[in-house]
Design a protein around this ligand. Sequence first.
Ligand SMILES: Nc1ncnc2c1ncn2[C@@H]1O[C@H](COP(=O)(O)OP(=O)(O)O)[C@@H](O)[C@H]1O
Ligand SMILES: [Mg+2]
Length: 278
Amino acid sequence: MTELILPARAARIDIAPNARANDVLLSLRDVHLSYVDTPVLKGIDLAVRRGEAVSIIGPSGSGKSTILRCINGLIAPQRGEIHVDGIDVRAQKTDPQRIALRKRIGFVFQQYNLFPHLSVLENLTIAPMRVLGRSRAEAESDAHALLAKVRLADKADAHPGALSGGQQQRVAIARTLAMRPDLILFDEVTSALDPETVGEVLNVIGELADEGQTCVLVTHEMRFAEDISDEVFFTEGGVIVEHGRAAQIFGNPSNDRTRLFLQRARGEDRAGRVRRRA
Ligand SMILES: Nc1ncnc2c1ncn2[C@@H]1O[C@H](COP(=O)(O)OP(=O)(O)O)[C@@H](O)[C@H]1O
Ligand SMILES: [Mg+2]
């Protein structure tokens, strides 16, 4: 559990200039996926409107990461439909098609995977220059603005190894933003961090959500999910057990499984807070 202290907002960057409010950007319909004989997703339905922040919560092994990996085409479900901004994800079978899709979908993982031999600035400019064809001047000016946004303006010349985990994760978020994705998927991006650095990463993600960056978050930070999500999906055993507005899911879940999960998660939150104070 991390207290969210939202500091004064950094310079605003227009993330989604063509955003049209309230239309569906991402949809999954009856998505099924098995590994060999083991069913992992058993009919997932999910929709995210442009500008929304949606969280997926649920026990470990319930299929949350698998859902995200299906959305950006990293793995292919056997059945169902996935659309991102009208693109049929399952129909993108050639490399150029998949690259085009992944340009539009950012993915931030628990492991930040920065290039260790490149400076922070170079980590941010390499893909925009090579993949989007930006000039160096343009990519660098954008990178500096994004570093200011994630409050790392003074770290442009540092190498990732000199930064804390929370700082590296903020660089990874800036790197994702540099591609101007329509949609960002966050998969437990604070799980590997020292507790002291979790808040600074959640603050950055919270600001992006406030600014209308469409995102899907898998997170164990329940207070955070409650604070920033428009809609919350609770998964267990490869199905969506319940979904609804954040206030309803956290305040008055209608399913006993959701209720039990939240009770346990909140118990762990409290234990974590005590441990951190000690
Ligand atoms: N490559 C794989 N091969 C076989 N089973 C897998 C593979 N990846 C994930 N699984 C299984 O799929 C289920 C869902 O995994 P995952 O989506 O990672 O869950 P979560 O992110 O909710 O913890 C788990 O039971 C996991 O063991
Ligand atoms: Mg996972």
